[in-house]
Design a protein around this ligand. Structure first.
Ligand code: GLA
Length: 357
């Protein structure tokens, strides 16, 4: 795999208006693998977040209004990187702003506008999209990989949870027309061209992703316990994991280990244009997330099995953290035409990562 390109963003003159755009993402396969250094394969999508920022010399507040949030935010430009303090900030979206500001350390305050067409709490990475667009608008300089790592730090401050690198890497580094095989240990990526005869659709299950933080943190802890028994999950085998005595920890670890293998097999299937096999792997991924990892909900399970049964659909699964939000399906172009009227859905295109306009 090649390293993500370095030095992609340069500091601009600090007192000019800057506009930056960052996409959302749909993860095709490899969920709940990133925080144990595993593999994932997302695309960035055409929906995203644009931040226009006007720095003001001498101002010490970062003031932002948003097209999607009723309340504006104001954060001190030198806000302290303290998760407990940031957890108290309201409105909630202001915590993501504070997390990024604390990580990026802008030279001064100013005023900005956030315009997003990416739905929040749908599992499409609206938070990472905001973080990355904001960091770039505030003048971030460095490689795409450094940008992703900084914004992951901002997300952890905002949520108080040790979230992985998947979302920020996808949003910062994806390539148009490609899915991105991501190694969450080395942060190396391999861009795999999507076959032309495939359509990718994100379908909302009708339940907003919610109460994820505590369940997510619990899964992170359970993976730590498993790694304490069998060593790093990235290199553990299914037979090693099957010997874990505690049934719950065994199932959690089995998801991670089997999901890593599915991601690599999925990348190979895409490369050889075998969409049937790619779809089967997505279906297996959903079962594993639902049964072993228990991060799906009834509405997602029903949506996924309905999608899987439609003629021309190669495969479908929940995408992202779970507990609501979206399913993703890959299908023959047009296979879902006329079938989705009663759902919120998006036919998504694999797009380029974040950019300064
Ligand atoms: C959230 C996290 C990511 C990743 C996914 C699940 O989106 O932010 O780091 O763990 O859940 O794959």
């Amino acid at each position: 795999m090649g390293m993500a390109e370095a030095s992609d963003y340069n500091t601009r003159h600090s007192f000019e208006t800057r506009t930056a755009h960052a996409p959302g993402r749909v993860n095709l396969i490899g969920d709940h693998t990133d925080y144990t250094g595993g593999f994932a394969m997302p695309i960035a999508i055409q929906l995203g977040t644009e931040v226009t920022w006007l720095p003001e010399a001498g101002s010490d507040a970062i003031e932002l209004s948003s097209s999607t949030e009723p309340e504006s935010t104001s954060v001190p430009f030198d806000v302290v990187a303290d998760a407990d303090e940031i957890a108290m900030i309201l409105p909630e979206w202001c915590r993501y702003v504070a997390g990024v500001v604390a990580t990026i350390n802008p030279a001064c305050g100013g005023k900005g506008i956030v315009v997003a067409d990416l739905p929040a709490r749908a599992g499409l990475s609206s938070s990472a999209s905001l973080e990355v667009a904001l960091a770039l608008a505030l003048g971030f300089a460095g490689s795409r990989q450094e940008l992703a790592l900084s914004c992951q730090g901002g997300e952890m401050l905002a949520t108080g949870v040790a979230t992985g690198i998947l979302d920020q890497m996808a949003v910062a580094s994806a390539r148009a027309g490609h899915a991105m095989l991501m190694d969450c240990s080395s942060l190396e990526v391999r861009h795999v061209a999507l076959p032309p005869d495939v359509q990718i659709v994100a379908v909302h299950c009708g339940v907003a992703r919610s109460v994820t933080a505590s369940a997510y943190a619990e899964r992170v802890r359970q993976c730590d316990v498993a790694a304490g028994i069998v060593g790093p999950l990235r290199t553990a085998s299914v037979s090693e994991v099957d010997r874990i005595g505690n049934q719950l920890i065994r199932r959690r670890a089995r998801h991670v280990v089997s999901e890593n293998a599915r991601v690599l097999a999925f990348a190979a299937a895409l490369e050889s244009g075998d969409l049937k096999e790619a779809g089967n792997l997505m279906n297996q991924s959903h079962l594993s997330l639902s049964n072993d990892y228990e991060v799906s909900i009834e509405e997602l399970d029903q949506l996924v099995s309905w999608l899987q049964g439609i003629d021309g659909v190669f495969g479908a699964r929940m995408t992202g953290a779970g507990f609501g939000g979206c399913a993703v399906a890959i299908s023959r172009p047009g296979a879902l035409r006329g079938r989705l009227q009663s759902h919120r859905y998006w036919i998504v295109r694999a797009c380029e990562g974040a950019r300064v306009r």
